[in-house]
Design a protein around this ligand. Structure first.
Ligand code: HEC
Length: 267
């Protein structure tokens, strides 16, 4: 018995340590957030272990990104062809070509050594709105609009946070001294954000009958940015589902095997 006692105690200690560690890890962002309210969780088609993206929502989200956010934010990790790949917005081939051709891409040099602009191709990476960080800051009152490729994974709350941020603009409380050019946002740490409320109702045209409200724009663009940050989510969820079925079948087979083996023993 003594032989088992010490490794058991050690593993019990390790488990307790892991639980404590996990608790402190989850508690830190809450404490650091100070007086920022907790981010409400939203219902997403892709949440849960078997969730999948909603194609229509991703397509609308791309439209909102392109017509609003792309004026300031890049998505440098995406290529236009990704918009047609399975597990994403799944625009068809002709649509992807058209969407890519809507942007101007700098190419070159040509035979004279000059750079030139041409319409985009599906193989091009998303074009960033500013040539460098300095230009981006200069155009935004000194604040840098971050690249959004991984934003849905970079912030606590992910798509819930992006949705909360988009819908969290309010008139500032009287007690608050706002700096020049800043907007009050309930969910931004410190509440002063250099991005003015980007969404307003009816600013992006939806063609599938979805009401063109700020709420829907915010939801759709958050889902789109989630896909941008996690394009393989569906693949993972499908694999997880198949693995569950495999486990159920395996459990059934093992149970039958066990019954056979034990049936040979007399009670
Ligand atoms: C006119 C320029 C502009 C537009 C348009 C714009 N943004 Fe921003 N955005 C900014 C700037 C500037 C910042 C940096 C704000 C700061 O640090 O105070 C920012 C920051 C952000 C952040 C990061 C917030 C954080 O936690 O640090 C997110 C997310 C974001 N924007 C999403 C969007 C989305 C989604 C859209 C489109 C619906 C959009 N933005 C449109 C300028 C813009």
């Amino acid at each position: 018995m003594k032989i088992f006692a010490s490794p058991f105690r050690r593993s019990a200690l390790a488990v307790a340590g892991a639980i404590l560690g996990a608790l402190t890890l989850t508690a830190t962002p809450l404490l650091a957030a100070g007086d920022t309210p907790a981010i409400p969780s939203q219902k997403w088609s892709f949440s849960g272990p078997f969730g999948l993206y909603d194609r229509g929502q991703l397509q609308r989200g791309y439209k909102v990104y392109k017509e609003v956010c792309a004026a300031c934010h890049g998505l440098r990790l995406l290529h236009y062809r990704n918009l047609g790949e399975s597990g994403g917005p799944e625009f068809n081939e002709a649509q992807v070509k058209t969407l890519a051709a809507e942007v101007e891409v700098q190419d070159g040099p040509n035979e004279d050594g000059d750079m030139f602009d041409r319409p985009g191709k599906p193989s091009d990476a998303f074009v960033s709105p500013f040539p460098n960080k300095e230009a981006a800051r200069a155009a935004n009152n000194g604040a840098y609009p971050p690249d959004l490729s991984l934003m849905a994974k970079a912030r606590v709350g992910g798509p819930d946070y992006i949705y909360a941020l988009m819908t969290g603009y309010k008139p500032e409380p009287d007690s608050m001294d706002m700096q020049e050019g800043m907007s009050y946002n309930e969910y931004f740490p410190g509440h002063q954000i250099a991005m003015a409320a980007p969404l307003s109702a009816d600013s992006v045209e939806y063609t599938d009958g979805t009401p063109p409200t700020v709420d829907n724009y915010a939801r759709d663009v958050s889902a789109f940015l989630m896909w941008a940050a996690e394009p393989k989510l569906e693949e993972r969820h499908r694999l997880g589902f198949r693995f569950m079925i495999y486990l159920v079948i395996l459990a059934g087979l093992l149970y039958m095997a066990k019954r056979r083996v034990w049936s040979r023993l007399k009670h």
